[in-house]
Design a protein around this ligand. Structure first.
Ligand code: HEM
Length: 181
Protein backbone atom coordinates (compact mmCIF):
# COMPACT_ATOMS: atom_id res chain seq x y z
CA UNK A 1 0.00 0.00 0.00
CA UNK A 2 1.30 3.44 -0.92
CA UNK A 3 2.69 5.74 1.76
CA UNK A 4 0.07 8.41 1.01
CA UNK A 5 -2.56 6.11 2.57
CA UNK A 6 -0.43 5.67 5.73
CA UNK A 7 0.08 9.44 5.88
CA UNK A 8 -3.68 9.99 5.72
CA UNK A 9 -4.20 7.31 8.39
CA UNK A 10 -1.80 9.20 10.66
CA UNK A 11 -3.63 12.48 9.96
CA UNK A 12 -6.96 10.77 10.70
CA UNK A 13 -5.78 9.59 14.13
CA UNK A 14 -3.86 12.77 15.02
CA UNK A 15 -6.70 15.14 14.04
CA UNK A 16 -9.34 13.11 15.88
CA UNK A 17 -7.49 11.65 18.86
CA UNK A 18 -4.15 13.46 19.14
CA UNK A 19 -0.49 12.83 18.52
CA UNK A 20 0.00 10.69 21.65
CA UNK A 21 -2.71 8.24 20.60
CA UNK A 22 -1.09 7.87 17.19
CA UNK A 23 2.28 7.16 18.80
CA UNK A 24 0.70 4.46 20.98
CA UNK A 25 -1.09 2.89 18.00
CA UNK A 26 2.11 2.89 15.95
CA UNK A 27 4.08 1.34 18.80
CA UNK A 28 1.47 -1.35 19.49
CA UNK A 29 1.33 -2.25 15.80
CA UNK A 30 4.95 -3.27 16.11
CA UNK A 31 5.84 -2.71 12.46
CA UNK A 32 9.58 -2.67 13.07
CA UNK A 33 10.00 0.58 11.10
CA UNK A 34 12.50 3.26 12.01
CA UNK A 35 11.74 5.81 9.29
CA UNK A 36 8.38 7.58 8.84
CA UNK A 37 6.09 6.58 5.96
CA UNK A 38 6.76 8.62 2.83
CA UNK A 39 3.98 9.30 0.33
CA UNK A 40 5.56 7.68 -2.78
CA UNK A 41 6.89 4.68 -0.80
CA UNK A 42 5.26 1.24 -0.99
CA UNK A 43 4.74 -0.68 2.25
CA UNK A 44 3.34 -4.14 3.02
CA UNK A 45 -0.48 -4.32 3.13
CA UNK A 46 0.04 -6.15 6.42
CA UNK A 47 1.15 -2.82 7.94
CA UNK A 48 -2.27 -1.29 7.23
CA UNK A 49 -4.07 -4.26 8.78
CA UNK A 50 -1.83 -4.15 11.87
CA UNK A 51 -2.35 -0.39 12.30
CA UNK A 52 -6.13 -0.78 11.96
CA UNK A 53 -6.21 -3.56 14.59
CA UNK A 54 -3.97 -1.53 16.87
CA UNK A 55 -6.18 1.58 16.43
CA UNK A 56 -9.29 -0.51 17.13
CA UNK A 57 -7.73 -1.75 20.40
CA UNK A 58 -6.59 1.68 21.47
CA UNK A 59 -9.86 3.41 20.60
CA UNK A 60 -12.09 0.60 21.84
CA UNK A 61 -14.04 0.26 18.61
CA UNK A 62 -14.19 -2.51 16.01
CA UNK A 63 -11.65 -2.73 13.18
CA UNK A 64 -14.63 -2.39 10.79
CA UNK A 65 -15.56 0.94 12.35
CA UNK A 66 -11.96 2.17 12.16
CA UNK A 67 -11.90 1.36 8.43
CA UNK A 68 -15.26 3.04 7.78
CA UNK A 69 -14.35 6.26 9.60
CA UNK A 70 -10.91 6.24 8.04
CA UNK A 71 -12.43 5.79 4.56
CA UNK A 72 -14.79 8.71 5.05
CA UNK A 73 -11.94 10.92 6.27
CA UNK A 74 -9.68 9.71 3.44
CA UNK A 75 -12.02 10.79 0.67
CA UNK A 76 -12.05 14.36 2.00
CA UNK A 77 -8.24 14.42 1.98
CA UNK A 78 -7.97 12.90 -1.51
CA UNK A 79 -10.47 15.42 -2.88
CA UNK A 80 -8.40 18.25 -1.31
CA UNK A 81 -5.17 16.88 -2.76
CA UNK A 82 -6.58 16.10 -6.22
CA UNK A 83 -9.26 18.76 -6.98
CA UNK A 84 -8.82 18.05 -10.70
CA UNK A 85 -10.76 14.77 -10.27
CA UNK A 86 -13.70 16.19 -8.33
CA UNK A 87 -14.11 19.76 -9.61
CA UNK A 88 -15.85 18.86 -12.89
CA UNK A 89 -18.74 17.16 -11.03
CA UNK A 90 -21.61 18.26 -8.83
CA UNK A 91 -23.18 14.87 -8.14
CA UNK A 92 -21.60 11.68 -6.78
CA UNK A 93 -22.94 9.36 -9.50
CA UNK A 94 -21.04 10.67 -12.57
CA UNK A 95 -18.02 11.25 -10.32
CA UNK A 96 -18.01 7.66 -9.01
CA UNK A 97 -18.19 6.36 -12.56
CA UNK A 98 -14.78 7.95 -13.28
CA UNK A 99 -12.89 6.19 -10.49
CA UNK A 100 -12.06 3.03 -12.46
CA UNK A 101 -11.34 4.45 -15.91
CA UNK A 102 -9.80 7.82 -14.99
CA UNK A 103 -8.81 8.36 -11.35
CA UNK A 104 -7.24 5.03 -10.51
CA UNK A 105 -5.62 4.91 -13.97
CA UNK A 106 -3.91 8.25 -13.18
CA UNK A 107 -3.05 7.00 -9.67
CA UNK A 108 -1.24 4.03 -11.17
CA UNK A 109 0.76 6.38 -13.42
CA UNK A 110 1.58 8.75 -10.56
CA UNK A 111 2.50 6.17 -7.94
CA UNK A 112 4.82 3.42 -9.02
CA UNK A 113 3.84 0.10 -7.51
CA UNK A 114 0.27 1.16 -6.70
CA UNK A 115 -2.40 -1.51 -6.68
CA UNK A 116 -5.94 -0.21 -7.02
CA UNK A 117 -9.15 -2.26 -6.82
CA UNK A 118 -11.10 -3.26 -9.93
CA UNK A 119 -14.57 -1.72 -10.32
CA UNK A 120 -17.33 -2.59 -12.76
CA UNK A 121 -20.47 -0.52 -12.89
CA UNK A 122 -24.10 -1.45 -13.43
CA UNK A 123 -26.21 1.57 -14.18
CA UNK A 124 -29.91 0.76 -14.42
CA UNK A 125 -31.90 3.58 -12.78
CA UNK A 126 -31.21 7.32 -12.66
CA UNK A 127 -30.85 7.50 -8.86
CA UNK A 128 -28.99 4.19 -8.49
CA UNK A 129 -25.60 2.67 -9.26
CA UNK A 130 -24.04 -0.69 -8.46
CA UNK A 131 -20.27 -0.83 -8.12
CA UNK A 132 -18.81 -4.32 -8.18
CA UNK A 133 -15.54 -4.17 -6.24
CA UNK A 134 -12.81 -6.73 -6.59
CA UNK A 135 -9.44 -6.57 -4.81
CA UNK A 136 -7.07 -9.03 -3.18
CA UNK A 137 -7.33 -6.76 -0.13
CA UNK A 138 -11.10 -7.12 0.36
CA UNK A 139 -11.30 -3.70 2.01
CA UNK A 140 -15.10 -3.56 2.00
CA UNK A 141 -15.39 -1.38 5.09
CA UNK A 142 -12.88 1.11 3.73
CA UNK A 143 -14.88 1.20 0.50
CA UNK A 144 -18.11 1.88 2.43
CA UNK A 145 -16.40 4.76 4.24
CA UNK A 146 -15.03 6.21 1.00
CA UNK A 147 -18.53 6.12 -0.54
CA UNK A 148 -19.92 7.91 2.55
CA UNK A 149 -17.15 10.46 2.13
CA UNK A 150 -18.16 11.02 -1.50
CA UNK A 151 -21.78 11.56 -0.39
CA UNK A 152 -20.64 14.11 2.21
CA UNK A 153 -18.41 15.88 -0.28
CA UNK A 154 -21.20 16.36 -2.84
CA UNK A 155 -23.84 16.82 -0.11
CA UNK A 156 -25.92 13.98 -1.51
CA UNK A 157 -26.79 11.24 1.00
CA UNK A 158 -26.04 7.77 -0.40
CA UNK A 159 -27.88 4.71 0.89
CA UNK A 160 -25.75 1.62 0.43
CA UNK A 161 -26.06 -2.11 0.81
CA UNK A 162 -23.51 -4.81 -0.04
CA UNK A 163 -23.47 -8.34 -1.32
CA UNK A 164 -20.34 -10.50 -1.25
CA UNK A 165 -20.27 -13.44 -3.66
CA UNK A 166 -17.97 -15.39 -5.97
CA UNK A 167 -17.59 -14.51 -9.63
CA UNK A 168 -15.38 -16.70 -11.83
CA UNK A 169 -13.79 -18.13 -8.70
CA UNK A 170 -12.94 -14.70 -7.25
CA UNK A 171 -14.66 -13.03 -4.30
CA UNK A 172 -16.28 -9.73 -5.29
CA UNK A 173 -18.58 -7.30 -3.52
CA UNK A 174 -21.51 -5.40 -5.01
CA UNK A 175 -22.10 -1.97 -3.50
CA UNK A 176 -25.67 -1.12 -4.38
CA UNK A 177 -26.02 2.63 -4.10
CA UNK A 178 -29.08 4.83 -4.01
CA UNK A 179 -28.62 8.59 -4.29
CA UNK A 180 -31.16 10.33 -2.10
CA UNK A 181 -31.17 13.59 -4.04
C1 HEM B 1 -9.68 11.87 -5.83
C2 HEM B 1 -10.06 10.62 -5.85
C3 HEM B 1 -9.22 9.40 -5.55
C4 HEM B 1 -7.86 9.24 -5.53
C5 HEM B 1 -6.80 10.29 -5.79
C6 HEM B 1 -7.59 7.87 -5.16
C7 HEM B 1 -6.33 7.33 -4.95
C8 HEM B 1 -6.06 6.10 -4.40
C9 HEM B 1 -4.74 5.62 -3.98
C10 HEM B 1 -3.44 6.43 -4.06
C11 HEM B 1 -4.90 4.37 -3.48
C12 HEM B 1 -3.80 3.48 -2.89
C13 HEM B 1 -3.29 2.46 -3.87
C14 HEM B 1 -2.15 1.66 -3.26
O1 HEM B 1 -1.77 1.89 -2.11
O2 HEM B 1 -1.55 0.79 -3.93
C15 HEM B 1 -6.30 4.05 -3.59
C16 HEM B 1 -6.86 2.88 -3.16
C17 HEM B 1 -8.21 2.65 -3.08
N1 HEM B 1 -9.19 3.40 -3.64
FE1 HEM B 1 -8.97 5.22 -4.51
N2 HEM B 1 -8.77 7.19 -5.01
C18 HEM B 1 -9.78 8.09 -5.22
C19 HEM B 1 -11.13 7.85 -5.15
C20 HEM B 1 -11.68 6.66 -4.74
C21 HEM B 1 -13.11 6.45 -4.55
C22 HEM B 1 -14.20 7.49 -4.77
C23 HEM B 1 -13.26 5.15 -4.15
C24 HEM B 1 -14.51 4.39 -3.83
C25 HEM B 1 -15.67 4.57 -4.37
C26 HEM B 1 -11.92 4.56 -4.07
C27 HEM B 1 -11.65 3.28 -3.67
C28 HEM B 1 -10.40 2.83 -3.31
C29 HEM B 1 -10.19 1.63 -2.51
C30 HEM B 1 -11.28 0.73 -1.92
C31 HEM B 1 -8.80 1.52 -2.35
C32 HEM B 1 -8.04 0.52 -1.49
C33 HEM B 1 -7.27 -0.48 -2.24
C34 HEM B 1 -7.96 -1.82 -2.41
O3 HEM B 1 -9.17 -1.93 -2.12
O4 HEM B 1 -7.28 -2.76 -2.86
N3 HEM B 1 -11.00 5.51 -4.46
N4 HEM B 1 -6.98 5.10 -4.17
Amino acid sequence: MKGIIFNILEQFVVENFGEETYDKILKQANLGMKEPFVSPGTYPDEHVFKLVVSAANELNISAQDVLKSFGKFTFGKLAEKFPVFVDPYNHPKPFLMTVESIIHVEVNKLYEGAYTPKFTYTNTEANKLTITYSSKRKLYDLMEGLIDGVGDYFKVPIRQSRKVYEKDGVEVCDFELEFLN
